[in-house]
Design a protein around this ligand. Structure first.
Ligand SMILES: N[C@@H](CCC[C@H](N)C(=O)O)C(=O)O
Length: 298
């Protein structure tokens, strides 16, 4: 018999979007409680979510079933950076340079591309039913809760705003005068929360700010649903920026789109409408956390 068993985890990040990875075979009696406690950056290890990964290495290529539990205790149907982490994790275990990742929003192919991991992300949808959003047609350059956004689902919903359209009341003008970039001067919490919770989105949305940069791509900031705050990167959000930029004629349709979140550099490529997310993954350290429930072992 043991109380509060030790649960092994591995800590990874993809361009700063960080996760505790727990083998799904490990008995975790309270996944919701563990995520709430251990994602907290003061009281716990600190992370943007907990990835439960189940490896099925009898297949070729190997498969991994991915479940993301977010700090609010809920699960998300997809996570682009989490899928890149899942790909790296499964490749480390199997020696394979490609794996299939089963997510709640579909099966995704991941491969090693030099020192980066690429995940095929499917076709972004602008149709309201697929967002989901209560609207008669695609929401493009539409004002929602005081912000002009274009809305797309890239596995999860994203409302994408270009920084020049953020109202001045949300921008720190002193910071601008001191030379801070407009994207960095935005009060993201203040501008994003009303959109994140707007009635038009029955399941809520993530909110992404994009700013054209010198590399022919976009700098990114993201307010994430489930984290309920800003993260250093968001893979589905990066794909959302690229998809919206192509749709609005702000990016070449045949060229890779470089996206730079706070935590590093990502690249989005398209095969027709099908997007692929490419970027680095880092295995940071390993450890154990306590289970949140008293547990009995035989
Ligand atoms: N960080 C993720 C997205 C995770 C899900 C999101 N917070 C949601 O609830 O929709 C990514 O890299 O895509």
């Amino acid at each position: 018999m043991s109380a509060f068993a030790d649960i092994p985890f591995e800590k990874y990040h993809g361009t700063g979007n960080d996760f505790l990875v727990i083998d799904a075979e490990t008995y975790v009696p309270d996944r919701r409680g563990l995520a709430a406690r251990e994602c907290n950056r003061e009281a716990g290890v600190g992370a943007d979510g907990v990835l439960y990964l189940a490896l099925e290495d009898q297949y070729s290529p190997p498969r991994v079933i991915m479940t993301l539990v977010q700090p609010d205790g809920g699960t998300a149907p997809m996570c682009g950076n989490g899928a890149r982490v899942a790909g790296q994790w499964a490749m480390e275990r199997t020696g394979s340079d490609e794996v299939m990742i089963d997510t709640q929003s579909g099966t995704r192919h991941a491969s090693r591309e030099g020192d980066r991991i690429a995940v095929e992300m499917g076709v972004p949808t602008f149709q309201p039913r697929g967002i989901p959003a209560t609207a008669d047609g695609p929401l493009l350059e539409t004002e929602i809760a005081g912000l002009e956004v274009s809305v797309v689902n890239t596995g999860v919903p994203h409302a994408v705003a270009f920084v020049e359209n953020v109202p001045d009341e949300f921008v720190d003008t002193d910071a601008l005068e001191a030379g801070v970039d407009r994207l960095d001067a935005v009060d993201l919490d203040a501008v994003a929360k009303p959109v994140r919770h707007a009635d038009i989105f029955p399941l809520g949305t993530n909110v992404v700010l994009a700013s054209p940069n010198d590399q022919g791509g976009f700098d990114q900031r993201t307010f994430e649903r489930g984290v309920e705050g800003e993260t250093d990167a968001c893979g589905t959000g990066a794909v959302a920026i690229a998809a919206v930029a192509r749709r609005l004629g702000m990016a070449e349709s045949d060229e890779p789109v470089p996206i730079s979140p706070i935590g590093g550099d990502l690249e989005i490529t398209f095969d027709g409408e099908r997007a692929t997310l490419i970027g680095p993954v880092v295995h940071e350290f390993d450890g154990t956390v306590k289970s949140t429930h008293f547990s009995f072992e035989p």
